[in-house]
Design a protein around this ligand. Sequence first.
Ligand code: FMN
Length: 205
Amino acid sequence: MTNPIINTIEQRSTTSLYDASRDISNAQVTELARLATLAPSAFNLQNWRLVAVRSADAKARLRAVAWDQPKITDAAVTYIVCGVIAEHSVMPDRLAPVVAAGIMPQEMVPGWTGAAKSLYFEQPQRARDEAVRSATFSAMTLVLAATSLGLGSTPMIGFDPQGVSREFGLAENEVPALLLAVGYATSENWPQKPRRPLSEVLEVV
Ligand SMILES: Cc1cc2nc3c(=O)[nH]c(=O)nc-3n(C[C@H](O)[C@H](O)[C@H](O)COP(=O)(O)O)c2cc1C
């Protein structure tokens, strides 16, 4: 029996060439972002933010700080996927809806907040790593959602992070972890590339 999620994983490939004449709706741009926020994050920090670059002007500004990659102007949207430097003080706010939903008892909140403090407080490298981790999980969730809707996607590290932060007014604690273009692929794109043998990448102990 075929499993739709496994099919999506098997079928996904990076899009290089987009059909610039085909847009997606604003509702789809929003829905893909909503699905991205269903990704897991440490302590449910949800320390991410997405900037959906849609207008011709914004696309041109992004392309200028992203190695002039044509995908940015051809794709329907490019999300700037930001991770937010992890910070324990936001925990009570982040957990309040979880308590309100009856999932977590209020008494557990200080414990989770303390655990986050012990991990991130005065630990800049770990706090930044967490930002990149969370952003990456959300980006991959968005990629799979886009694939399942018949859309192409391109994760991109080819950009100047300072330039992106400056052009799009990112906050000091926001790390532009990657750019993620989404739109309709042309028929000339490469299929998914072969992977290294599993024996080289998997160790079962
Ligand atoms: C973190 C990351 C950064 C990437 N940066 C770029 C990029 O800047 N431009 C680009 O065209 N592709 C980029 N790619 C796409 C990779 O080249 C692609 O995933 C890889 O060649 C495997 O191909 P496949 O995804 O089709 O299997 C990036 C992928 C990842 C995961």
